[in-house]
Design a binder for this molecule. Structure first.
Ligand SMILES: Cc1ncc(C[n+]2csc(CCOP(=O)(O)OP(=O)(O)O)c2C)c(N)n1
Ligand SMILES: O=c1ccn([C@@H]2O[C@H](COP(=O)(O)O)[C@@H](O)[C@H]2O)c(=O)[nH]1
Length: 252
C-alpha cells in the first residue's frame, strides 16, 4: 500500500496529525476554524479569506493572527489589510493572473514548510467547495498542481464535504473516526482512471471511471455488523482520482 491516510483526523480533538492551514475566500465555520487553528504550525489566508477571518474572530482577533496573507489583493478590504499588517502578519502580494490565489498561497506554504523543515502530516484548506463554480473547479485543479509541488496530502474541507486527490497508486483510507457522513465518491476529474476498490458498497474491479461512462458518486461504505469497526477503504488507481466524502456535523 503506497499511501495511508485518515482524512478526518484533522477534525478530531484526539487527532494525531500536525497540519498547515490555508483559508480561502468562503464563509468560515467557527468549529472547524478553532480545531484546525489549534493544530496548525503555519496558518495562511488567500486574499479575501482574511475578511472572513477578521469578521468571525471579532473580540478574539489577536488569538487568530495568520502567519501570512497572500494574493492579488483584489478582495481583502483596506481595513482588514491594515489590521493584519499592523499586527505583524506578512502580506505577500502575488500578482500573477495565470494562477489562482489558492495555488499561489499553496506555493508559499510549501516553501515555508521546506524552509522551516516542519514535520507536518497534511496541508488542510478551509473553503473551496462552495460559492463560485469556476472557483470550486479551480480548487480541484489546484489539487492537481499540488501533486508536483509537495508529497504532503492536501485536503479541502468546507461544510459537510471533504475533497482529496489520490495519486496514481494504492491507498488505504481510514474512515472510522465517527465524523464520516454517509456518502463518499470517486470522481475521475483529470481523465479516465482504471480503478479497483474495497470497503465500499459499490466496489470497482479494475474498471474504468470516466466522465460520460462511469463515475462513482453517491457511493457509501460497506456495511459492518453492529459493534464492529468500519473497514478501511482501499483504492488503486492508475491516474489522479478525486476522493470526496461527507462529514457529519452537529449530530447530522
Ligand atoms: C486561459 C486563461 N483564462 C483565464 C485567466 C484568468 N485568470 C486565471 S487565474 C486568475 C487569477 C484569479 O485570482 P483569484 O483571486 O484566485 O480569483 P478571483 O476572485 O480574482 O476571480 C485569472 C485572472 C487566464 N490567466 N488564462
Ligand atoms: O467563491 C469562491 C471564491 C474564492 N474561492 C477561493 O478563495 C481564493 C481567494 O479568493 P479571492 O476571491 O481572490 O479573495 C481563490 O483563489 C479561491 O481558491 C473559492 O473557493 N470560492
Amino acid at each position: 500500500m503506497d499511501e495511508e491516510l485518515t482524512p478526518l483526523d484533522c477534525l478530531l480533538h484526539s487527532g494525531k496529525q500536525k497540519i498547515c492551514l490555508i483559508i480561502l475566500n468562503q464563509p468560515l465555520d467557527k468549529d472547524y476554524l478553532h480545531i484546525l487553528w489549534s493544530k496548525a504550525l503555519v496558518k495562511a489566508c488567500a486574499d479575501g479569506a482574511a475578511n472572513h477571518l477578521h469578521n468571525i474572530t471579532a473580540g478574539v482577533r489577536d488569538s487568530f493572527l495568520p502567519d501570512y496573507i497572500s494574493g492579488d489583493f483584489d478582495s481583502i478590504t483596506a481595513e482588514v489589510k491594515a489590521f493584519y499588517s499592523g499586527k505583524g502578519c506578512k502580506l505577500i502580494e502575488t500578482a500573477d493572473q495565470d494562477l489562482t490565489d489558492f495555488t499561489k498561497c499553496l506555493a508559499i506554504m510549501v516553501e515555508e514548510i521546506q524552509r522551516r523543515q516542519l514535520q507536518v502530516d497534511a496541508i488542510v484548506t478551509l473553503g473551496g467547495l462552495a460559492g463560485r463554480l469556476d472557483q470550486t473547479m479551480a480548487c480541484i485543479e489546484t489539487l492537481h498542481h499540488a501533486m508536483s509541488m509537495t508529497q504532503l496530502p492536501l485536503l479541502i474541507i468546507q461544510g459537510t464535504s471533504l475533497a482529496y486527490l489520490l495519486r496514481p497508486g494504492s491507498h488505504r483510507l481510514r474512515v472510522n473516526t465517527g465524523l464520516e457522513g454517509d456518502w463518499c465518491s470517486l470522481i475521475p476529474v483529470g481523465g479516465p482512471c482504471q480503478t479497483t476498490t474495497t470497503g465500499l458498497k459499490w466496489n470497482l474491479n479494475d474498471q474504468i471511471l470516466q466522465f460520460g461512462k462511469l463515475v462513482s458518486t453517491s457511493n457509501t461504505y460497506e456495511p459492518v455488523p453492529p459493534g464492529n469497526p468500519r473497514k478501511p477503504v482501499t483504492v488503486t488507481t492508475d491516474q489522479p482520482l478525486l476522493w470526496s466524502m461527507g462529514i457529519r456535523k452537529n449530530g447530522e
